[in-house]
Design a protein around this ligand. Structure first.
Ligand SMILES: [Zn+2]
Length: 415
């Protein structure tokens, strides 16, 4: 039995890493999404499961791992786990519910009923900006490994450009989290298109300068559309290793060196990089954070992710450390979660990141708090809680962006 098990494991390991054939998109038909729990202290087992899995969807979570596995590896993963449940029998079928990438249309509410290509996201931003030239402009802040500029939109109100404390929003640092692209774009859309007609929106646009970057990991995002829908990291190589990608959200140069909240293995979903801040995407983002700190200051930073339905604040790197304005963070998050829930019942869990979800080092919100002096720093983990995970069906885009907007404006009022 033991030798049979071992041979299964070795055979499966060879299949576990999903490597796309050149120019071909990975076919997830028949792949299963399993939620597995591990016995206490079973870090070696966790590593074995990570090797068998095509992707770990929630790397770092201690309570359970959500893993996508090929049909031939499912039994081996189940055998390693203390308990396992099947969240989805066919990941490929779930992907089909996302719908095709839509053809480009000028910005309208219809934009938020389908997913879009990276090129179309850039067109959306530039067409949106062109409609409001007196109170917005596009900006770039550095570029990706493959030379794509990190592009965002700056929005201001009656005080004029750059006159108010900054609200900084990042989307899609993890390539597969497509709903975060749509959500940050919806915020920009609402702020500009409702300014003239909605007194609340006008007051909030007049209160802050907004800097919104819907896709901070463009290379990974493009790769998630052309090749591997479940890709997370950037597309940076490591010399002497065939695995690709740094986790940009474990690469920020603040408490990067603390052990436990990221991986030093280039093949891991949470690979932290070889040195703090050694991804070009991080350099670009960090440059802007530092510049805003030095000019108007940052009142509110949001890093928008999926999935899990959480609102989290610092710290990620230490579960026992409480941020100096923890009570204020909790107060804003409590009201934002209520505002979201009031729309259609979506329930969020809130709390300090490490204690509430899992330990993360070199993450954005620890940096914006610890180095950027942002008054408030939050990570949003949007819908859902695992049924669809990253591949939220197209018919959930509008409900998600609309409810999250209510949480966002609640925070803006309080901040
Ligand atoms: Zn994420």
């Amino acid at each position: 039995m033991r030798s049979l098990f071992l041979s299964t494991l070795i055979f499966s390991t060879a299949l576990g890493v999903v490597v796309p054939r050149a120019g071909k998109k990975i076919d997830y038909n028949g792949f299963k999404l399993l939620r597995v729990s591990l016995s206490e202290g079973a870090e070696d087992v966790e590593a074995q499961i990570e090797e068998l899995a095509a992707h770990v969807l929630n790397p770092g979570k201690t309570a359970h791992l959500d893993v996508v596995v090929s049909p031939s590896d499912a039994d081996a993963v189940t055998a390693l786990a203390a308990t396992s449940t099947v969240l989805n029998e066919d990941v490929g079928a779930a992907l089909a519910e996302e719908g095709e990438l839509a053809a480009y249309e000028v910005p309208s509410e219809t934009w938020f009923t389908a997913y879009h290509s990276y090129a179309d996201h850039l067109s959306f931003l530039s067409d949106l900006q062109a409609g409001f030239p007196g109170q917005s402009e596009l900006f770039t802040t550095g570029s990706s490994v493959q030379g794509r500029t990190l592009t965002g939109i700056h929005i201001w109100g009656s005080g004029g450009k750059g006159s108010k404390p900054a609200v900084l929003l990042h989307g899609t640092v993890h390539a597969r989290e497509w709903i975060s692209t749509m959500t940050t774009e919806y915020f920009a859309w609402q702020l500009l298109t409702k300014y003239a007609s909605d007194a609340t929106v006008k007051s909030l646009v007049d209160k802050f300068d907004y800097y919104i970057i819907p896709v901070v990991n463009p290379d990974g995002f493009v790769y998630s559309q052309t090749t591997d829908r479940l890709w997370r990291k950037n597309r940076q190589t490591v010399s002497g290793n065939s695995c690709v990608g740094r986790d940009i959200n474990r690469n920020w140069p603040f408490k990067w060196e603390v052990p436990g909240g990221a991986s030093t293995n280039p093949c891991s979903e949470t690979y932290k990089g070889q040195a703090a801040g050694d991804s070009p995407e991080n350099t670009g983002l960090r440059t802007q954070v530092d510049a805003l700190k030095a000019s108007t200051g940052i009142r509110l930073y949001l890093d928008v992710h999926s999935y899990g339905q959480y609102i989290l604040w610092p710290y990620g790197y230490d579960c026992n450390l409480v941020v100096h304005n923890d009570a204020e963070h909790r107060s804003l998050a409590t009201r934002a979660a209520s505002a979201i829930q009031a729309v259609s019942g979506t329930a969020y869990t809130i709390g300090p990141a490490c204690a509430t979800l899992y330990a993360t080092t070199g993450d954005s919100t620890d940096y914006t708090d610890g180095v950027g002096n942002a008054t408030y720093s939050y990570t949003y983990e949007l819908r859902d809680t695992g049924r669809y995970g990253f591949t939220l069906p197209a018919n959930q885009i509008q409900p998600t962006v609309r409810e999250t907007w209510e949480g966002f404006i609640s925070m803006l009022k309080d901040a």
